[in-house]
Every structure is written in structure tokens, then in C-alpha cells.
Design a protein around this ligand. Structure first.
Ligand SMILES: [Fe+2]
Length: 237
């Protein structure tokens, strides 16, 4: 099963899709590219909106999207709801973050800040699982390579404390392709996400990325990603 683990297809809630028409068109493209299931992961920034208020906003937008899908009568990938939670200090102690996982699962798509992480931040990320039983999936892990703490993050992934996702677009750019491929090959990342925000600069391009993986690393790796994706999503739905 082909799963897109990272997308901004929920209409009108973040810097992703602007309205239901755009969301529907993004889903059509995903369908044409062979995506079976997409995880909708709207950004969540603590402090900007109260958790309950944000959840309600997303729930309303999802209702509109489901209605639009139904009215269209088209076969498009049905979005599963998750979030992309931006790291904040004390996240491992914040008991409301279990409201922001994928479906009812313990998996939490976690976006790290662009600033380097301190040792306390790394400890905080490590403690999310110990304190709350949640398993973070690092969003677009290729972006954090320059961090001094990247080795720690990679160790946590090796030990199974964290999972990670790479962005499809990182396989389509020369500057990041090699690293993204290496991450998928050596198990630093297990999953792929389009991180699609719109229909142009940040459009869904999962199929193109999978074609690059197949060409450069072989069909077995594509099959492994699809298999692992299916196993994980089954635990979320
Ligand atoms: Fe994103």
C-alpha cells in the first residue's frame, strides 16, 4: 500500500491548501500518482491556538473536505487525520500532545525547529516516549542533518525510540537526493511524505520520488517502504 505520511490537504487551516477545491485537486493528483492513503498533517504550533480550539477548527475543515469528496463522487485517497506538531520546550511534559497523534495511534509527526537543538531539547524529545508512551516520527528528517545533535537523533532512530520520514521533494533535488536515498537505505528514515502544500511549488510528487528510489536503489527498497508504511498505518486507523 502506498501511503503519503505528510501533507497539508486540510483546507484553510495552515499554509497548505486554501480551500476545498484545491484540496480535492491535490487528492486527485495523489490518486493519479498511485497513492492509496494520505495522512493529513496540518501544522500545530503551541501557543498560537489553544489545543481544543485548534482541534475543533481542524474537525470543521475535515468535515467540509469529506463532504466535497462525497459530492464529487470521485475515488480519491481518503485522508487519515494527523498533525505536524512543531517542537516546543517541555513537549515531553505536555499531556495534551496525545490529542495530536495520527488517528488514535501513539505516532506523532514532529517538526523540529530550524535552530540547533540543545542537549535539553534532545533529552526532551527522548522523554516524549518515556513520559507519554508516544512515538515521534521526525518530519523531513533530511532537514536536520546539519544539527550538531544529528548523531543523537540518528542513534535514537537506530534504537527504535524515534521513526522518521523524508520528503519526496528531497529525492527530486540534486542537492539532497544522495542523502535522502542513504537515509532510506540505511534505515534512518522509514517513510515518505509529499509534504504537499499546494498545486505548484509544493505539489504532491510521491510517485516521482518513488521512481527515483527504484532507479537508484532498486525495487526492493520501494517495496520495503510500501510494506512498512502499510504496517504502520494499519496501527493508526
Ligand atoms: Fe509539513
Amino acid at each position: 500500500m502506498r501511503v503519503d505520511f505528510h501533507s497539508h490537504v486540510v483546507p484553510g487551516v495552515d499554509d497548505g491548501s486554501k480551500n476545498t477545491e484545491m484540496s480535492l485537486e491535490m487528492l486527485r493528483r495523489m490518486r493519479r500518482q498511485g497513492t492509496d492513503l494520505v495522512v493529513a498533517t496540518p501544522h500545530y504550533y503551541v501557543g498560537r491556538t489553544a489545543p481544543e480550539e485548534y482541534l475543533e477548527k481542524i474537525s470543521d475543515a475535515c468535515y467540509l473536505l469529506r463532504e466535497a469528496i462525497q459530492q464529487s463522487g470521485e475515488e480519491v485517497p481518503k485522508p487519515a487525520l494527523g498533525y505536524e506538531v512543531y517542537y516546543f520546550k517541555g513537549i515531553s511534559q505536555a499531556n495534551f500532545i496525545n490529542l495530536f497523534t495520527i488517528g488514535n495511534s501513539p505516532y506523532l509527526l514532529l517538526e523540529l525547529p530550524t535552530r540547533p537543538l540543545t542537549n535539553a531539547d534532545v533529552e526532551d524529545i527522548f522523554r516524549i516516549r518515556a513520559n507519554q508512551g508516544l512515538i515521534p516520527i521526525l518530519a523531513h528528517v533530511e532537514r536536520y542533518l546539519a544539527f550538531e545533535s544529528f548523531d543523537f537523533l540518528q542513534d535514537m532512530i537506530r534504537q527504535g525510540e524515534l521513526l522518521a520520514q523524508v520528503n519526496a521533494d528531497s529525492l527530486l533535488k540534486w542537492s539532497t537526493r544522495k542523502k535522502a536515498l542513504a537515509f532510506l537505505k540505511n534505515g534512518t528514515a522509514q517513510f515518505l511524505g509529499s509534504d504537499a502544500h499546494n498545486l505548484d511549488q509544493r505539489a504532491p510528487r510521491l510517485e516521482e520520488a518513488m521512481a527515483v528510489i527504484e532507479k537508484k536503489a532498486g525495487k526492493e527498497l520501494v517495496q520495503r517502504i510500501d510494506r512498512d508504511s502499510e504496517a504502520l498505518i494499519e496501527k493508526c486507523l
